[in-house]
Design a protein around this ligand. Sequence first.
Ligand SMILES: [Zn+2]
Ligand SMILES: [Zn+2]
Length: 104
Amino acid sequence: MAMQYMKETAAELKGAEGGGAAAAGVGAGIGLTMPFIMAQQMQRAQAQQLLVCPSCGAKNPATVKFCGSCGASLAPPAKVVCPNCKTENPATLKFCGNCGEKLS
Ligand SMILES: [Zn+2]
Ligand SMILES: [Zn+2]
């Protein structure tokens, strides 16, 4: 299947640009590399996620621990697992948001 793909790409390039075998090779290389590069860029974008301050809504780099706007802690809120339904609730809740069970 891979060989067939390269042959088709070479044929397309010859028809479009009149390039030789070298041009066809470059074309095929780009065709195979582009999705990989795009995936890498998407991963990088995810790494540069912004943390939205839960207190004032300001956006902070994911690397900081405290909001640069109001000083609130940006640490992820602690989770309490409901003993009844196993739903994760923010530690600030006193009762399970799913079933109403009292959280310890
Ligand atoms: Zn803030
Ligand atoms: Zn529950």
